[in-house]
Design a protein around this ligand. Sequence first.
Ligand code: ASP
Length: 334
Amino acid sequence: MTGKILVIYAGGTIGMQASETGYVPAAGFEQRLRDQLGARVAQLPTFDMLELQQLIDSANLQPHHWTELANIIVQHWQQYDGFVLLHGTDTMAYSASMLSFMLQGMDKPVIVTGSQIPLAALRNDALDNLLTALTFAAEAAIAEVCICFNGRLLRGNRATKVKSAALNAFDSPNDDYLAQVGINITLHAERLLPAGSAHFSIPELASEAVVVLPIYPGLSAHTARAILSDNVVRGCVLHTYGAGNPPDANVELMMLLQEAIERGVSIVNVTQCLQGEVSQGAYATGATLNRIGVIPGGDLTLEAAFTKLHYLIATQSAAAVSELMVKPLCGEMS
Ligand code: ASP
C-alpha cells in the first residue's frame, strides 16, 4: 500500500440527500464523510477530495461529462498515486468504460464506486464501498479503471449494472472478478492489465455521434430510419438477439443498415444476452450482417461497445474504427 489518493465526487446516490421530490445530489460530501469517520480516518490511505460544482444524478450524464472527468483525472495525474471516482450507479458502467479508453496506457488505479443507499442513511452500503475503493486505489499493482462495488473489484469496461434494487448491483458476466473482498481481500494479480506509460490525450466527443438500435419483434425500417438518418450519426450499436441475429427477413431494414454503412456509419453488433458473444454467421440471419459490413462486437457489453465506438470515432479514421473495434484495447473484450 502506498501513496495519496484523490477522491472525486461527481454525484450519485452515495452523496444524495432526501428532498420533497426524492433523492438529489447534495454538496458537502467531504465534511459528511469526515464526520462519520472521525479519528478512524487515520487508518485509511491519505486522501484529498474534489467535489464537482455541478453534481449530477448520473441518469443525466452526457458524453461531455466523460471528457470533463477524464481531464480532471489527467490534470491531477502526477500529484496522486490513485483515484476514486464517486459516481451514480445508473451510468457507472458507461463512465468506467469510457475512462478506460480515454486513459489507455495508465499506470495507476482509477476506482469507480457509488452506492445503492446514501451515506446519509444510517444503514448504508456507501461507507463500505468507499473504504474498499480507497484500499484498491492505494494498490500499486492496479493500473486500470475498475468498478468496486459490494466486495467485488470488476474491470470497468466489463462491468454492467445487473440489479436495480440490491446491494450487489454490478457484475461482469463475461470476465472474472479482479478481486473479492470478504474477511480477507483477494486480489487476482494475474488478471490485472500491465501498467503502461501515461501519455493522455483526451478527446472532445460529439454527443449525438453514436446511437443504439435495439432489435425487437416488430422493429420497422421506418423506426430504424428515424434513428439512423440524422447525418450527425457516425456510429451505431446494433443490439441483437442471441449470437448476434437480426430479423434478416425484413429486407428493407437490412438495406437501411447497408445504406448507413455505405455512407460511413460504423455499425457494431452486440448481443442482448448478459453472457456470451456474437458469432455473426452461426445462423444465416447473422451472416447477413457480415455481408453488409456490420462489425462483430464479440463479447463487448453494450456500455463498452457504445463508449469504445464514441472514443474511436472521436480519435480515428473510419477504416481504423472497424479495425480497432474488433481488437481488445484495454481488456474490454476476449
Ligand atoms: N440515479 C442514481 C444515479 O445514478 C442512482 C445511483 O446512484 O444509485 O446517480
